[in-house]
Design a protein around this ligand. Sequence first.
Ligand SMILES: Cc1cc2nc3c(=O)[nH]c(=O)nc-3n(C[C@H](O)[C@H](O)[C@H](O)COP(=O)(O)OP(=O)(O)OC[C@H]3O[C@@H](n4cnc5c(N)ncnc54)[C@H](O)[C@@H]3O)c2cc1C
Length: 322
Amino acid sequence: MGEIFVVVEHREEEIREITFQMLWKANELAQALSHSLTAVLLCDNGEAFVPEIGDRADRVILVEDESLKNFSAERYKEILKGLIEEYNPFLTLMGHTPWGMEFAPALSIKTGLPLATDCVDILIEDGNPKVIRQIYNGKLFSKVSFKASEGYLITQRPGAFPTDKVGDRQGELIKKEIPADIPEPRKQFVEFVDTAAGEMDISQAEFLVSVGRGVGEEENIKVVQDLVDTLGGVISCSRPVVDKNWLPKFHQVGTSGKTVKPKVYLALGISGAFQHVAGISGAGTVIAVNKDKKAPIFRVADYGVVDDLFKVVEALKKKLSA
Ligand SMILES: Cc1cc2nc3c(=O)[nH]c(=O)nc-3n(C[C@H](O)[C@H](O)[C@H](O)COP(=O)(O)OP(=O)(O)OC[C@H]3O[C@@H](n4cnc5c(N)ncnc54)[C@H](O)[C@@H]3O)c2cc1C
């Protein structure tokens, strides 16, 4: 029986959501291939993490060492190379996150295994893996096959799959020592600095009105803010709005901003790039207003209005004041 590896991500004593998303997909693949599912956990305190992932995998390989408290791409690359050589997993899933982006290419070079990055789906066709990736800024999907190999490395895009627990697995714990000859990393972890939460934490808001570059200019933020105040919501935004200094960073939604889970998310003038949409996968009802009917945001929206956002904002204000 073959094996699927999932490399666990954790930060500040918490398992990251991408880990659960990878375990969700790996469960489906393991069932389709009749393979076993192994979570690979490198950390300083396994007891804190194993219970959370143990029932989502058949095995948890735990490498526990003080030096693994914080992420080190160099250490991960060395340790994972050893584990891949020992267990020969058919697939190794890693997050397409700052972690995965840093060590996956080096791991591919070290192991000689092919790597596909930023995958939004993984399929099995005739026993071989194929991956789905987005091209042309999310406008098209491409199906990619690998050169034949004994094992394959894949980085999975955050938000591509649910975080729910599926399957009924009893993770057997296998403890491994950190290799004695692992080279001292050239980079050292200094400190973890989170983005400021600001006066309102958008990740806790129940109703978000989010503005994108389509708002046009800084003065127009005020027009939207008036509506937000009337509706009793919180304003959030896409990255260009922060880059232009129209709103502070703590309002930003997306992979390099906050992950949000409001009951209602109203997106005004946001195209729906994957880095943005990844941040709203936990949102309840998504309503999008965009003057381009082909904007990708409509793929994730429950309701869509193809129109000028200012017309919609004015109509809403009028309705609310009537
Ligand atoms: C490493 C990395 C990390 C990133 N992280 C993030 C992130 O965390 N969050 C994030 O948002 N982005 C992030 N990005 C940027 C992302 O790729 C997109 O560039 C960004 O999300 C686009 O923002 P936008 O939709 O506001 O702007 P655009 O893509 O320019 O879209 C503007 C939209 O407004 C519409 N529009 C224009 N005028 C109007 C009008 N009057 N009425 C209605 N609609 C109108 C247009 O049709 C268009 O669809 C990241 C990029 C990289 C490379």
